[in-house]
Design a binder for this molecule. Structure first.
Ligand SMILES: Nc1ncnc2c1ncn2[C@@H]1O[C@H](COP(=O)(O)OP(=O)(O)OP(=O)(O)O)[C@@H](O)[C@H]1O
Ligand SMILES: [Mg+2]
Length: 270
C-alpha cells in the first residue's frame, strides 16, 4: 500500500508550557487540497508551523513524501518542497517585487527556468507584472498577499501551506487568490489552506479538518463537512463573506465528545 503523501501522527506541541496542539492526526494524498478551519486560537497556524518545522513537536511524528520531516530544520523541510506562506505575508519588505521573486527562485539553476517561473507568477498576478521595481512594503495589502503567493509558486512547492491567504483582501482579490490556488492544485501541488471563508474554501477543497481548542474536532471529505457544520453550528450563516458558520468560537467541547459523521467515508483522512 502506498503511504500517504503527508502523515501527521499524534502531534502535540506548545509554547512555554502552554499546549497549543493535542494529539493531532491526519493524512493527505498527493494533489489534494485540505481546508483547515477553526476559531481564533484553535491551533491552525501552530499546525502549519509544526509541519514546516518552525516549532518543535512535544510528541508525535510528521512524514512527508516518504521521509520523516519532524525534527528536521525548517530550511531542509522547505528544500523538500514544503512551502509555508504565513499569516501576514512572509515577504522581504525592503526588497522590490522582482527581487522578492528572484530570491524565491534561487534554487532554479538556469536562466530559462527562472524566466519561466517569473512569467508564471506574473501571469497569475498581472498586478505584480506592472510594478517589478516597487518596494514590497509600499504595495497594498492585497498586492503583498499576491507577492507572497507568487513567491511560493516559484519556489517549486510540492506541499503548499497557506495561512489565511484572503485575510484583509477585497472580494475581487480573494477571487484571484483562490483561482491561483486552484491552478496550483491543477499543477499537482498539494495544498493545505487555512481559511475563514468556509464556503469558498470548502467548494474548492477535497478534505476538511476542523480544529477546536488545539484538537481535531472533525475531519473528513468536504461533502460531509457542510452537513457537519450546519448540524453543529446551526443558526450561523454559511455566507461566503461572513464569519465561518463553524466559527467554532462556541466549540469548546473536548474532541472525543464529538462523534465523526460518516466516518466510514473518510478514506484519506484519519
Ligand atoms: N509564540 C507563541 N507563544 C505563546 N503562545 C502562542 C504562540 N503562538 C501561538 N500561541 C498560542 O497557541 C494557541 C494556538 O495559536 P495559533 O496561532 O495556532 O491559532 P490559530 O488557530 O492560527 O488562530 P488565528 O485564527 O487567530 O490565527 C493560542 O492559544 C495562542 O495564543
Ligand atoms: Mg493563525
Amino acid at each position: 500500500m502506498v503511504p500517504p503523501y503527508l502523515q501527521v501522527s499524534s502531534v502535540s506541541l506548545g509554547y512555554g508550557g502552554v499546549r497549543a496542539l493535542f494529539d493531532v492526526s491526519f493524512s493527505l494524498d498527493q494533489g489534494t487540497m485540505l481546508a483547515v478551519i477553526g476559531a481564533n486560537g484553535a491551533g491552525k497556524s501552530s499546525l502549519a508551523r509544526a509541519i514546516s518545522g518552525l516549532v518543535p513537536l512535544q510528541s508525535g511524528m510528521i512524514r512527508f513524501d516518504g521521509a520523516e520531516i519532524s525534527g528536521r530544520p525548517s530550511h531542509l523541510i522547505q528544500r523538500k518542497g514544503v512551502v509555508y506562506v504565513p499569516e501576514g505575508r512572509g515577504i522581504f519588505r525592503s526588497l522590490t517585487v522582482e527581487e522578492n521573486l528572484l530570491l524565491a527562485m534561487r534554487h532554479l539553476s538556469t536562466r530559462s527556468s527562472r524566466l519561466q517561473a517569473k512569467d508564471f507568477a506574473y501571469e497569475l498576478f498581472p498586478a505584480l507584472a506592472n510594478r517589478p521595481k516597487q518596494r514590497a512594503d509600499t504595495l497594498s495589502g492585497g498586492e503583498q498577499q499576491m507577492l507572497a503567493l507568487a513567491r511560493s509558486y516559484t519556489m517549486d512547492a510540492k506541499l503548499l501551506i497557506v495561512d489565511e491567504p484572503s485575510f484583509g483582501l477585497a472580494p475581487k482579490l480573494v477571487d484571484q487568490v483562490f483561482e491561483s490556488l486552484r491552478q496550483a492544485t491543477a499543477r499537482g501541488i498539494t495544498v493545505i489552506i487555512i481559511e475563514q471563508f468556509v464556503d469558498r474554501v470548502l467548494s474548492m477543497s477535497d478534505l476538511c479538518l476542523i480544529l477546536a481548542g488545539g484538537a481535531v474536532n472533525w475531519s473528513g471529505p468536504v461533502a460531509d463537512a457542510r452537513a457537519v457544520l450546519h448540524e453543529r453550528y446551526l443558526g450561523s450563516s454559511t455566507s461566503a463573506n461572513g464569519p465561518p458558520p463553524d466559527h467554532p468560537s462556541g466549540v469548546e467541547a473536548p474532541a472525543e465528545t464529538v462523534a465523526p459523521v460518516n466516518s466510514q467515508r473518510m478514506p484519506d483522512i484519519e
